[in-house]
Ligand binder design. Sequence first.
Ligand SMILES: Nc1nc2c(ncn2[C@@H]2O[C@H](COP(=O)(O)OP(=O)(O)O[C@H]3O[C@H](CO)[C@@H](O)[C@H](O)[C@@H]3O)[C@@H](O)[C@H]2O)c(=O)[nH]1
Length: 424
Amino acid sequence: MLKAVILIGGPQKGTRFRPLSFEVPKPLFPVAGVPMLQHHIEACAKVPNMKEILLVGFYQPNEELTRFICSAQQEFKILIRYLQEYAALGTGGGIYHFRDQILSGGPEAFFIMNADVCSEFPLPEMLNFQKEHGEPSSFVIMGTTANRKQSMNYGCIVENQQTNEVLHYVEKPSTFVSDIINCGIYLFTPEIFQHIGAVFQKNQQDMLLDEQTNGNGWHRAEAIRLEQDIFTALAGQGKLYVYKTPAFWSQIKSAGSAIYASRLYLNQYHKTHPERLATTEDGGPRISGNVYIHPTANIDPTAVLGPNVSIGTGVTIGAGVRVRESIILHGATLQDHSCVLNCIVGWDSTIGKWARVEGTPSDPNPNDPYAKIDSETLFRDGKLTPSITILGCNVTIPSEVIILNSIVLPHKDLNRSFKNQIIL
Ligand SMILES: Nc1nc2c(ncn2[C@@H]2O[C@H](COP(=O)(O)OP(=O)(O)O[C@H]3O[C@H](CO)[C@@H](O)[C@H](O)[C@@H]3O)[C@@H](O)[C@H]2O)c(=O)[nH]1
């Protein structure tokens, strides 16, 4: 039997996702109409012999997470549990801490997935690849090709081109190492815990030798990174292989990358969930390209939506509204003739009549097949980088104003136009 573990991080992570991560843990942010994590869960639930999905993170148990787990368990008919780390233990420390839970029932292998990636999740292909490569207990990293410059923002893998064995692994190198990058999706056998255990023992010994150690010592020994502490050491040992996926993949770090990820998933819905894609119907709004509309949304038939639009529960969209490349979160109202382009409109926000709310997309270069989305920091050279416009929850935009490339914090009631600003 098989299991899957999804690393969901915790509240200190996801800072590039503010102000949206104030309201909802980042892994539950809706991408193409469903929580980011649901895409991982759907893919796992389809794998034959998958017994359980474990979410490992350091969020305090909260209502949203509990509700999500309950409904996903019912919908996908699979056991899902949340395991809470007592502190951020890193990508290897968390799974090591909960190794007994992961190994209970005797899975022969298990997947580990970063929550903040979007992918076609070619999990059956990874299982086949593992059977065909190396010894039966070899470990598999999913990889993809990036361009030279962007590769350095990821874990970089040098492979043996004949065998696909990982010969070198360097996490976010400062100079070019390889254009094959780590996608944050792995297939391990239980033997991985021997390797993580060895690092833990070493950390513990170092800790005992270190006289400076205070009460924090145990945590320091348990904090282990899969990438730097495990993969770098396993490379070249005949144990670690890279499965290069031809399918789509992207990281979801910033809010801008959530819009891009939505586009990738909406496109995939043609194959996986055509029922989630809206179509132009008599008496309904005009749909252009891929659009998801929650059945509870109320949309005027003269509105024009798409491409790449996701409309959440209970959203109201008035006459003549235009929405493109945006995510509209639940309870928001777009009043008549407003125009929303490259935006995330927060929960329960209102955009007044004839207002224009617009951002600048940060899409990957369309002429470079290996380009990935740049999840840049908010500021460059002391200035706000032009990016998508984000309205936090419960923001009110008055009629007939323009809000351009701005980030508006929750509960703001604006009274004029703004451009390139963070409105606190
Ligand atoms: N449970 C838990 N999860 C964690 C922790 N730290 C990070 N995570 C989760 O692990 C994932 C990776 O997070 P980061 O540590 O922020 O790494 P990164 O910059 O995203 O880079 C990783 O992913 C890239 C692909 O997206 C890889 O290319 C790179 O090598 C690395 O694995 C995220 O889903 C995050 O929520 C932790 O202490 N505990």
